[in-house]
Design a protein around this ligand. Structure first.
Ligand code: 4AD
Ligand code: MG
Length: 463
């Protein structure tokens, strides 16, 4: 068929090229001269294609003049250079077929602009708006770039389990996996019993694929995971989700410096491909969501990331003269406000913080010579705060065992993880990028709920 996406139609060398487009009506306007102008969007681009439908079409009065926002149509015709401003081509229709009507009395996405908060109530329809459509195209681009970056750099894509018995981050913020035991329910007729373990022990939705990823890095060399992760943390903020997507590279024979370098190269390539491949959407974010976003990202791509140790960061915060909600002292975890002060006010760009106190970091991070800090790194960016968390891993058997004992992790449960240090142990390192935080940063969207299709947050799992 002659079908092409709207994106392609809008760029086509016009003059008489026959084509068909399929999409949803954004607006319709009838001219006195016997035409209707219909703006069609099919999700392939931010911009619509203008269809010019002449009154001669047989369904002009019966259907075309009844078209409203949200109706689905298939339009055949010829592409012509457009005399109107802001578009190269328009489609001169020879046939407009209406596939589905959308009652203007009830269709929520009328011309009036809705707040992002309101749009979340229509998460099933909101990607028909300019902003959410653009967000999801950029999100896709980021995902594609991520896979490409790792593939090009020799990292194998591995799929780690979603149901797991281990708590990688040791924070106890896990969702328990259980079954609806229908058989028991039928027998007892009583209340639903959630005490039954389908597996022979309690299992949870994964908080990170890292531990399993390490087993692959210490056999295949360089790997990355890219999957859903779940955190039952009760934080109702604009940067936390109960279900989010994480990318976790892990590389054997890597130390912290290699890890930081990888993270920086990785972010720069992903950001730069967004600017290249999503030009129209990025211009939209730059104008409508966060002024100056494009220049900001260009600056990030061109300059080396700043580095600072946790200890230096604490000094900066203590002498900043800034009033924080949470007091800060060596040994305490940085809050979002501290991270944002450092990256936004102090550095004015991305910042890699390293060498955190061991007491605030998980058991698997490599203990440094000072025995107080671990070889950890967090990447902070303006507007979002932490987007990457990572570390060099503890590869020394005795030190790992000591750390596990301190945190009451039994070798019965984590014997497989300890084995990696027993048999041919090697230095290795990795990190995790929160996909939604990366999308937030690139687009400038203020709330993480607006960069994932169906957000799950405490108290809310609609759709
Ligand atoms: O810093 P985190 O907890 O690190 C890990 O899970 C490591 N196991 C990663 C590794 O070394 N392989 O999480 C990594 C990143 C954070 O920097 C943040 O971007 C994102 O995951 N993240 C969240 N994103 C949205 N909602 C939440 N609740 C998040 N928690 C973490
Ligand atoms: Mg972290």
């Amino acid at each position: 068929s002659d079908w092409i996406p709207v994106k392609q139609a809008r760029l086509a060398e016009s003059s008489g090229r026959p084509c068909e487009i399929r999409g949803w009506v954004r607006t319709r306007r009838d001219s006195k001269g016997g035409f209707s102008f219909i703006e069609i969007n099919d999700g392939s681009s931010l911009g619509n294609l203008q269809v010019v439908a002449p009154a001669e079409l047989d369904n002009y009065a019966g259907e075309i003049q009844r078209l409203t926002a949200g109706c689905s149509v298939v339009v055949r015709g010829e592409l012509q250079a457009s005399p109107a401003k802001g578009q190269a081509t328009e489609l001169h229709a020879s046939a407009v077929r209406v596939l589905g009507w959308a009652d203007p009395e009830t269709y929520p996405l009328q011309k009036k602009r809705h707040s992002f908060e309101k749009l979340r109530e229509w998460a099933h329809l909101r990607t028909r708006t300019n902003t959410l459509g653009a967000v999801m195209r950029v999100r896709d681009q980021i995902c594609q770039s991520i896979h490409r970056f790792f593939h090009e750099n020799g990292f194998l894509y591995v799929n780690t389990p979603i149901i797991t018995a281990s708590d990688c981050e040791g924070a106890g913020e896990m969702f328990r996996v259980t079954t609806l035991d229908l058989e028991r329910l039928a027998k007892s007729g009583g209340p639903v019993d959630f005490s039954f373990d389908f597996f022979d022990k309690p299992t949870f939705l994964t908080v990170s694929g890292q531990l399993e990823g390490e087993t692959y890095a210490t056999s295949l060399g360089r790997i990355y995971t890219f999957g859903p992760t779940f955190r039952a943390e009760n934080s109702n903020t604009s940067r936390h989700l109960a279900e989010f997507w994480m990318i976790e590279p892990e590389a054997a024979f890597f130390d912290l410096a290699d890890n930081m370098q990888l993270a920086e190269q990785f972010l720069k390539q992903v950001f730069s491909e967004c600017l290249q491949c999503c030009e129209e959407d990025m211009a939209f974010f730059d104008q409508r969501i966060e002024k100056g976003k494009i220049d900001q990202i260009r600056g990030v791509i061109d300059k080396p990331f700043e580095h600072m140790t946790y200890t230096e960061a604490i000094k900066v915060l203590e002498t900043s003269g800034q009033k924080f909600d949470y007091d800060i002292a060596w040994g305490s975890d940085l809050q979002a406000e501290h991270e944002r002060y450092l990256t936004e006010q102090h550095v004015g760009g991305p910042l890699i913080l390293t060498d955190y106190p061991s007491t605030i970091k998980p058991f698997y991070m490599r203990v440094s010579d000072d025995e107080k800090t671990v070889a950890a790194m967090d990447v902070l960016v303006p507007g979002v705060g932490e987007i990457i968390g990572g570390s060099q891993r503890e590869e020394r058997l005795d030190v790992l065992r000591k750390r596990m004992a301190e945190q009451s992790l039994s070798e019965d449960e984590y014997g497989w993880y300890v084995d990696l240090r027993k048999y041919g142990t090697v230095p290795h390192a990795g990190f995790g990028l929160g996909l939604e935080r990366a999308v937030q940063y690139v687009t400038g969207m203020a709330n993480i709920r607006d960069v994932i299709p169906f957000p799950r947050t405490p108290g809310s799992a609609e759709f």
